[in-house]
Design a protein around this ligand. Structure first.
Ligand code: ADP
Ligand code: MG
Length: 240
């Protein structure tokens, strides 16, 4: 579903991603881990073309993307993204937030988009909040709306960048539950998270980044019980 070959990205003098190779198969859930500043967000942002890598190839759903030539809105329809800070439109209700892109980017009719939005709100357990504004919701509820909004575009892949890091601890579980449901339904996902219990349960593969390199990857059972790289051991000791 995703194939990254030899991807490099710098900000000025600082090379943040160094020849990254990563393949994600359909229905795989890949959890990216690594210290702050290791390049996790940059890698996700390159996958959604919020950043342009200076070298390397990105193939999504068999299509090789050349950012100069490809309509990036089309790519972003295939790749949904959920951020740490929910980025909902504050002046729009929940349902208006969800139908915005399907109606204005994809050209879906308002009625159709609305009915799909209600289904998605049921899926994330928020059908009674359709007409609320974001500031009337808890952080966990806002994040579930953000997930519904991304799903409304019917993406092939979902990217999550620390979706629970900004939440009060008691609200983390409800967001992780929605992500577990998505995994169970076979959504292909790349997730940056420090929730290692979740990663152990849901990840098909853990990928450890350090200084812009993938230094280790494998099944969660291997990585958590027997990390091979010294930096992975140190990182896991710090957060577990
Ligand atoms: P992580 O998500 O793993 O914490 P990031 O991908 O956010 O790491 O950042 C990796 C490195 O790139 C950091 O040193 C960060 O300061 C730098 N960086 C990220 N975005 C930018 C930017 N837009 N301009 C300059 N430097 C950036
Ligand atoms: Mg980050």
């Amino acid at each position: 579903m995703i194939e990254i070959k030899n991807l490099s990205k710098s900000f000025g003098e600082l090379q943040v991603l160094k020849n990254i190779d990563l393949h994600v198969k359909e229905k795989e859930v890949v959890v990216l881990i690594g210290a702050s500043g290791s390049g996790k967000s940059t890698l996700l942002r390159c996958l959604n073309f919020l950043e342009t890598a200076e070298a390397g190839d990105i193939i999504i759903d068999t299509e090789k993307i050349n950012p100069a030539k490809t309509n990036l809105n089309k790519i972003r329809e295939k790749v949904g993204m959920v951020f740490q800070h929910f980025n909902l439109f504050p002046h729009m209700t929940v349902v208006e937030n969800i139908i915005e892109a399907p109606v204005h980017v994809k050209g879906v009719s308002k009625d159709q988009a609305r009915s799909k939005a209600i289904d998605l709100l049921k899926k994330v357990g928020l059908q009674d909040k359709a007409n609320f504004y974001p500031d009337q919701l808890s952080g966990g509820q806002k994040q579930r709306v953000a997930i519904a909004r991304a799903l409304a575009m019917e993406p092939k892949v979902m990217l999550f960048d620390e979706p629970t890091s900004a939440l009060d601890p008691e609200l983390v579980g409800e967001v992780l539950q929605v992500m577990k449901d998505l995994a169970r339904e076979g959504m292909t996902m790349v997730i940056v998270t420090h929730e290692m219990g979740f990663a152990k349960e849901v990840a098909s593969r853990i990928v450890m980044l350090a200084d812009g390199n993938i230094i280790e990857e494998g099944h969660p059972n291997e990585i958590f019980s027997n990390p091979k790289h010294e930096r992975t051991q140190r990182f896991l000791n710090q957060i577990l």
